[in-house]
Every structure is written in structure tokens, then in C-alpha cells.
Design a protein around this ligand. Structure first.
Ligand SMILES: Cc1ncc(COP(=O)(O)O)c(C=O)c1O
Length: 434
């Protein structure tokens, strides 16, 4: 990301100063629901099959925090996919929400987060019958798509709202997939800057209409600047118009090419590719597996960067993840394949233990109390028994392993040292020992 890959996909943005307005006669006020922004939002709502759409200039971070605040009353309970982005923890701290987590099933021994088990979601509702909403990430960083219709049905049965973090899914309509709202979700946050050619920080909040649009406008102000950038707003509208025009063919080609790349990687390199046989996948996301080779995902990413001028979006021990978009060209794909076939990468057995999902820690106090209480830093190896004060988040993927208010156990320290941190890494904990 960004999805434009530095290319002038939207030439109207080539002269930014000419469209960098503020609220004057004729330009409208985003948070007042004014024209011409409203018409652009309605066009996006139509495209995504939503009743309403709010343009957002603070990324899916602002869109998701707005959605959570609109769906869950302050002090309420939110059932959340444990694989949720750190901004959900920010909303929990600000709104004093109690999270009830559901852990997605790992797809394989590398611990890659897969589908949520609907029975686990039902159990979470049984534990938290007053939960106002369920928050799930779909697609996730690796491209895995959740079963939104099934989750929406559970939410309806419990009178709760389904909020989807679809930050990585802005392009999915262009490859023939329904938007989360069309599948029954009530609210969905979508980053137009991640997979579409809109500018950095631009995003959408899509709504089924169950939450009144006026409430979304009002709530979004809480988390945004009072001077939203017209450049970003224009880029969202231009990206949507492009997607409905020539962009559609660009994404169809991208999806075809990505699927071919996955097969080529499996057949002609030492690496593996996450395939749709394993889980429903975003057709444009390329997750490359490095188990059984002489490099980790992070080492592969480093070598691609330094030796081949190619940047992976994200890398960790067992994978490197690439975001393919309508702005990529055949030359880009050929360069990536050439690099992955390079003779320096060979098959090799390495004694990496399987990665189990991170054990869900016990909650010692609320997210809010832990966040706003006096805190201090300790080396990770001395943190056993202490209460985490800030989300502990390898970035990307930006998914917290520990949230504020959770007790750090020896098992968590060992897990963190095995993959993410050294045992002297500073960890932010509450001063008070609960
Ligand atoms: C799954 C997910 N949700 C939300 C966000 C936040 O999105 P943004 O960077 O658009 O604020 C990210 C960012 O990487 C993400 O990966």
C-alpha cells in the first residue's frame, strides 16, 4: 500500500494545490452532510450496495472507531475477533468497553489466523448476552474472508450489530465479491488508500442504515480533525469513479494474475502460496509461505528490498505478504517471480516449532483503567504477573497480542520471545500491581 503504488492512476490529483480546499461556499462541510460531498458519498454507497456511506480522512482507524462508538454504548460490551486491529483497543479505552474475544482458528502450523468458528461466536454471546456488537476483521492481512452472512445471522438473533473491519477489502466489489453490507453487516470500515488508488489516510464507513447517518456524522467528529482534507475526499470519489470504469478491468486482471502467481510460486519456487482451497481468500492478496526454505519471511522481505528493490507489505517468521492492486503491471509481477526463483533461495529443513495461537491472557481490569492509570516500562523478562498498559502490537499487522488490562503470564513472555521480541524489550505495564 498505498494501492496506487506511486503511479498517477488518478490524474486529477496531479495538481493537488488546485483542489486543496476548506469549507467555503460550494465545497460543503463533511460532518454537516453537505453537498457536494453528500452526492459523492451516495455514489459510493450505491457502488458498495450500502444505504449510507461516510467519507473519512483518518483512515479505517477513524472509520472503525466511529463504527464501534455508534454500535456500542459507552461502558458496554463488544464481542471481538481476537485478530482485530489496535485501533479497536483505542476505542475500548476511550469508550470504556469490555471486550469478549473470539479467537479465529489457525489455518496451519504457522498460526496464520483463519476463520472464526460460529459455535465460538455463539459461546461468546452466551458469556456476554448484553453485547451490543460483534467486530470481525474480513479480509484479514493474509486475505482470509470471514463468513459474513453466518455471522450476521448470529448477530440478528442476539439483537446485536455486526461491524466489519474491511480495511483491506475496498477493491473486492471490482473482483465480483459482495461488500460486507450486502452480506448482512450493519457497519463496515474500508480503507480506500490500502487497495485502491486513493490517497493515504482516505477511507469509507459503509452502513446498512440501521444506525442513522446523522449519528455517524456526529460520532465521526469525535475521532477526526475539524479540517478534513478535500484532497483526500476528492481522491475517494475519484477512486470510486475509476473503479466503476476502467479500474474494474484492472482489478479483474490483478485477480487473475495473482491467482496465476500463486500457482507459479507453488510449482516453480521453493516457496508456497496460500491458496483458496485452504480458506476463502481475497483474490488479489498474495501470502507467500517460507517454511521449508532457507529464509524466514522477514529475511525474504529484507533480501527482496535490498537486492531486488521489491517491498513486501508485511513479513514475519513464516510468511511474507504482498498486496497486488490494479496499479501493478505485468513487469512488477515478473520482477517478483524472478526474485522468488533466484538461486539463493533453496529448500531447507529448519527446526522451527509450530506457532500456536497466542494464549488469550486473563483480564485483570478494564482496558480504560489500564490505559489511563500511571504506568512504567519493564524489560519483558521481568513482566510476568504485571498488567499490560498499552497494546503490545507487532506492526504490521497491527494486531495486539496483549491488550491493556490483561495480565502478562510467563507463557506469554516465552511466546513473545520466540517470535517477536528480545527478553529485554521494554514493555509498558501498570505501576499498580493488581
Ligand atoms: C485490519 C486493519 N484494520 C484497520 C487498520 C487501520 O487502517 P488505517 O491505516 O486506514 O487507519 C489497519 C491498518 O493497517 C488494518 O490492517
Amino acid at each position: 500500500m498505498p494501492g496506487h503504488k506511486g503511479r498517477p492512476v488518478l490524474p486529477e490529483l496531479n495538481h493537488p494545490f488546485a483542489i486543496d480546499y476548506t469549507e467555503i461556499d460550494g465545497t460543503g462541510n463533511l460532518y454537516e452532510g453537505d453537498e457536494p460531498i453528500l452526492s459523492a458519498e451516495r455514489a459510493a454507497a450505491r457502488y458498495y450496495g450500502a444505504a449510507d456511506c461516510l467519507f473519512v480522512t483518518g483512515g479505517s482507524t477513524q472509520a472503525l472507531m466511529t463504527a464501534i462508538a455508534a454500535a456500542v454504548p459507552a461502558g458496554g460490551t463488544l464481542i471481538a475477533d481476537r485478530n482485530c486491529h489496535r485501533c479497536a483497543a483505542h476505542a475500548m479505552a476511550l469508550l470504556d468497553l469490555t471486550p469478549e474475544f473470539v479467537v479465529p482458528r489457525p489455518l496451519d502450523e504457522s498460526g496464520l489466523p483463519g476463520l472464526l468458528d460460529v459455535r465460538e461466536v455463539e459461546r461468546a454471546f452466551a458469556r456476554a448476552p448484553h453485547a451490543a456488537a460483534l467486530l470481525v476483521t474480513s479480509p484479514n492481512y493474509y486475505g482470509v474472508l470471514q463468513d459474513i452472512p453466518a455471522l450476521a445471522e448470529i448477530c440478528r438473533a442476539h439483537g446485536a450489530l455486526l461491524v466489519v473491519d474491511a480495511a483491506h477489502g475496498a477493491h473486492l466489489k471490482a473482483v465480483g465479491l459482495p461488500s460486507p453490507i450486502e452480506q448482512g453487516a450493519h457497519l463496515a470500515a474500508v480503507s480506500t488508500h490500502k487497495t485502491l488508488p486513493a490517497l493515504g489516510q482516505s477511507a469509507l464507513l459503509l452502513s446498512s442504515g440501521r444506525v442513522p447517518f446523522a449519528d455517524l456524522l456526529d460520532t465521526a467528529r469525535l475521532f477526526g480533525t475539524s479540517s478534513p482534507s478535500y484532497l483526500l475526499l476528492a481522491s475517494i470519489d475519484l477512486a470510486r469513479a475509476w473503479l466503476e470504469g476502467e479500474g474494474e478491468a484492472a482489478y479483474a486482471a490483478c485477480a487473475r494474475r495473482t491467482q496465476a502467481l500463486r500457482r507459479e510460486i507453488e510449482e516453480t519456487t521453493v516457496f508456497s502460496a496460500l491458496l483458496p482451497e485452504r480458506a476463502p481468500l481475497d483474490p488479489c492478496r498474495l501470502t507467500v509461505g517460507c517454511r521449508g526454505t532457507n529464509v524466514t519471511g522477514s529475511e525474504l522481505s529484507g533480501r527482496l528490498h535490498t537486492q531486488f528493490g521489491i517491498d513486501a507489505e508485511m513479513a514475519e517468521r513464516d510468511h511474507a505478504v504482498f498486496i497486488c492492486t490494479g496499479a501493478d503491471t505485468e513487469r512488477d509481477y515478473a520482477r517478483l517471480m524472478g526474485a522468488l526463483r533466484d538461486g539463493q533461495f533453496v529448500g531447507q529443513r529448519r527446526d522451527f516449532p509450530p506457532l500456536r495461537p497466542f494464549p488469550v491472557p486473563q483480564r485483570a481490569c478494564s482496558v480504560r483503567r489500564a490505559w489511563f492509570a500511571p504506568h512504567t516500562e519493564l524489560p519483558l523478562k521481568q513482566a510476568a504477573g504485571r498488567v499490560c498498559a498499552r497494546p503490545l502490537t507487532p506492526y504490521p499487522p497491527g494486531v495486539p497480542l496483549l491488550l491493556p488490562g490483561e495480565r502478562i503470564g510467563q507463557v506469554h513472555i516465552e511466546f513473545l520471545c520466540a517470535q517477536w521480541y528480545t527478553d529485554t524489550a521494554p514493555i509498558c505495564v501498570m505501576e499498580e500491581q493488581l
